[in-house]
Structures are given as structure tokens and as C-alpha cells.
Write a protein of this length. Sequence first.
Length: 585
Amino acid sequence: MAEPHDSGAALLPLTVWAPQAVTLEAVVRGADPTDADAVIPLVRDEGGVWRGTLPADTDYLLRVDGDTPRPDPRSPRQPYGVHGSSRTFDAAAFAWSDGAWAGRDVLGGVFYEVHVGTFTPEGTLDAAIAHLDYLAALGVDTVELMPLAPFPGERGWGYDGVSLYAVHESYGGPAALQRFVDAAHARGLAVCLDVVYNHFGPDGNYAPVFGPYFTDKHSTPWGAAINLDDEGAGGVRSFIIDNALRWLRDFHIDALRLDAVHALVDDSPRHILAELSDAVAAVSQDTGRIATLIAESDENQISTITATAEGGRGMDAQWADDVHHALHAWLTGERFGYYVDFGSEETLAHAFEHVFVHDGTFSTFRNKTWGAPVPDELARSRFVVFDQNHDQVGNRGLGDRPSQRLAPAQVAGGAALLLLSPFTPLLFQGEEWGTRRPFLFFTDHAEDLGRAVTQGRRAEFATHGWEDLYGPDATIPDPQDRATFEASKVDWDERTSPDHAPLLAWYRTLLRLRHEHLGDPDAEFSTSHGPGWFALRHGPLRVTVAAHTDTTIEPVGTLVAAWGETEHTPAGIRLISPAVTVSLE
């Protein structure tokens, strides 16, 4: 049932791009189910844009040329799911308390990735607010939220969203996001939002009803590409840019992480990322708040983060998967799939010193030459690195965490190398206490699509060599089974257990050392290594990790942190594998 309309509610603009429509009407649902729907014609403007107004909190659908009414592609709220009526939302009605917040330079700080649905038992943004004090005390600088756009059902990762201007209702809707950001800023935490512009989800996508949102000129893993360079692309590009600006302006978001930008296929003279970068820079200047754009890209090209004035795409930073692969393969010994070219100390050193392992070299996994070098002078804080994230955990066959397979000292060593590196490190919810809860792939699709997802997931992993790791009797969990989702929820009680509390204390120590000693982006950085051990120097800190074999290191300054079994010898400090030391010069 639609909520009653407030006759005194603010009138909000309704803007719809439908360049091929002859008529466009808003079909307004009555406050009572017995009431007849009201039909409000919209007026066509330049460029195929239709305009009108509706009161705040009004339920409506849009009808193109008298056809079946559909949800608004720019719907600010979808209270009845992706197939139901849209609802207007007055973003300006929220009373912000962050007037003194000018944003922050999030690069070089510590990110913490959160999936709202599994972060708390309630799975809401309001419930997540209760853990912000914990994150601030831990030493986190930026909370990164996985995608919030509405998706089918109640459970999902969010990368199959369809109403990109709205916030998933199970998480609390758009007002809850405003409350979350305001609460984060009150604690000195920035907020990064993961957004998906490279495709729409397969269920509930009504955008093609309104205009040419897709093109057959290009193909992507999800089918036809988003139309960025074909006829009508201007309206689609505006749709994307306006969406990004909405999060920055109306929700005070500090940074956006753009998913899989390599799938934004754009042959136009000005790439969509460059256009977006300049638009965000203008908004940042207008609002006086720093705004940051972070790209996920597997292209290994610095053009992604090269300034638009120099012909680049203008992103401020990008994720660095090669650093993850090099560290993960070295610690675990895994060599299958995309880990095939990783695992040695030499490869790990190359990743830490040069970011891209495939920097114009041959990639066995891709069977081609890949990437380009990263200049030495480019600040390493412009690369986001991680030992865990939703992809690197959730796309494993059993969603298993490193802490389920590695010795605690190996987990501690990986954390020390990343958190005390010159990069921008990211933690994934529960990582800091070595959670053994998995993070699995889960969905809540309708029956036919859900069955296809389940079958596709199992077929995909049948070809990835997971049997060698898990054994021939391993069963890939059904994404559609609610138990798969429930198994992925964070267990906050783990933090204080004897098996987990020491690692949490270790992460707190590392974050404290990072904040106290690594503020200079130009601080000296180098690595060294030998069989079974790896060391880095960053500014005044030296980290040495013995992952597989005993090693002895010369004393360097003052030992400020250690994990695992060590002993002092005439030659130096002996690390009885696996073990970690952090020294301050």
C-alpha cells in the first residue's frame, strides 16, 4: 500500500531521459488502494529529457507511449523492490551535522571494506553505525561500502543493481545512508561508496524501455555494453555522471570506487572516466569538500590515473591486484588460476617496488603481453592494496579466508607488509581479528534466474582447479540458499576469543605504527629478500617476514613489534618460521 501523501510536502523535480518517447506520464499511486491512479503528463525538454514535479514521498511509475508503467530509471527509492513503484525522496530534508567536515585526502589512509548485509546481525546501515567507534579506535580512516543500489530480493553482493540512484531498501533506504555518513564524519571517518557503471543487473532492468542505454557495438561479460559511444550516448553519459555527483552532493560521500572500469568500453574522443573526473573536480571545488575517485581496473595501465590535462582518464587511484596476487601466492603456495605467474620472493619484490608484475610482460593466465610500467616517481599511495577483499575471498570456491589456511604468523606477516607499505591499504570486514567465517557469493533471485546462477557458479568452479585445493568431495555452496548468506555474516564475538584477540591487538599495533611513522609520502622505500623471507624498509620502519623457513636478520634500530618465535643470536634476530618483526630506526 502506498504511504499517504503529505499535502504540505515539498515538490521535487522529476527528470527522465526518454529520447524516443512520444508521450511520457507519471502514474501516481493513490494513498488508498481503492483510489484510482492519477496520471500526470511530463513535458518534453531539449535532448529528449522530460520534466515534471511530484510531492516528496509519492509512489509512482512511468508510462512511455501508453505502454505498461515501469519504475523510474533515476528512481531515488524503491520501497517495493526492483519491479515495484518508485518513490520520491527529498534528499535536502536531512539535517546534516557535518558542516565542519571538509573531507580528507583518503589516499595513504586505511580503508575498511564493508558489506552492509553481513556486517551486522541486522544487516542495515543504522546497525552498522554502532560499530563506527570501533573502526575509528582501530585506526581506520575510510569506510568503504560495497554497492547499495537496489537488487532483486533481499540478499546479494550488490553488483547486480538496477536502480542506481536508490539505496537498497533492506539496508534502510536513502535516509539511512545519510545518517550513516553523518555519523561517520562525526567520528572523523570518511566514507567511500562502491558504484557499478559497467552493467545493470539481469532482473528488474527497465532502462531500455526509456532509451538506448545499451549498444551492440561492444560486448562485455554481462552481454551488450553500456552505450558510451553510440547514438544516444550523451544521455547515458549524463546518467552516469549525474549519479556520481548525487552521492557527493546529496549524501556527502567522500570517495567513489568504480567497479571494473575496464568494462566501460568507450571509443569516443573523450573517455567517460575523464569526463567524470573533471565533473567531480568541479563539484569538489564548489562544495569545498575533497572528493576522490578510485578505479578497479585489470588493465595495468597508469593512463587510468593520469590527469585529464595530460590525456589520461583522471582517476585519483586504482586497485592493485598484482600486489595481492604476489603476496597471497607467496604466503599460501597457491599457483593455480591467475596465481600462475606469482609466488616467488622476486615476484613479490617486483610487486612492492613496481606495483604491476605484468608491466609489459607476458601473462601466462591471459596468454598475452599485459600492462605497462609504473614510473618510480608516481606516489604509491595512489594504489589500493589488500590481502583480502570481497572478490579475492568471495570468488574462491568456498569463500575461505587466509586465516582458515595459514598459520597466525603468516597472516600477521602479510598484514605487516601491507599496512606498513607506501600503498593505500584496505582491510575486509573481520580480517583484523583473523575471522574464520567465510564470505561466500550469495543471491536471492527469482526461481528461474536463481537456478541458472546456481548452475553457472558450479560450472565455473569446475574448471578452476579448486578440487586440488579443497579435495574432490568439496561442494560449492548454493548462492541461492539462505544458509550461504547467513554463513557469511560477521561474528563479532570472535574478536574477544583467545584464538582471535592477539591478532586484533597486532593489527591495532600496525595501524598505530603506520599513523605515527609513515605520514611522509616521499619516505624512502626498498625491499630485500632471500629463500623463505621478505623484508621492506619504509621510512623509519623495517618489516621482516619469515614465511616458510628460518632466517636471521641483522638488528636494525629498536624492535617495536614482533609475532611468532624469535631469539637473539650473535648474528642478529633469528626468526623461527613463520615469524614477523618490525623495527624502528
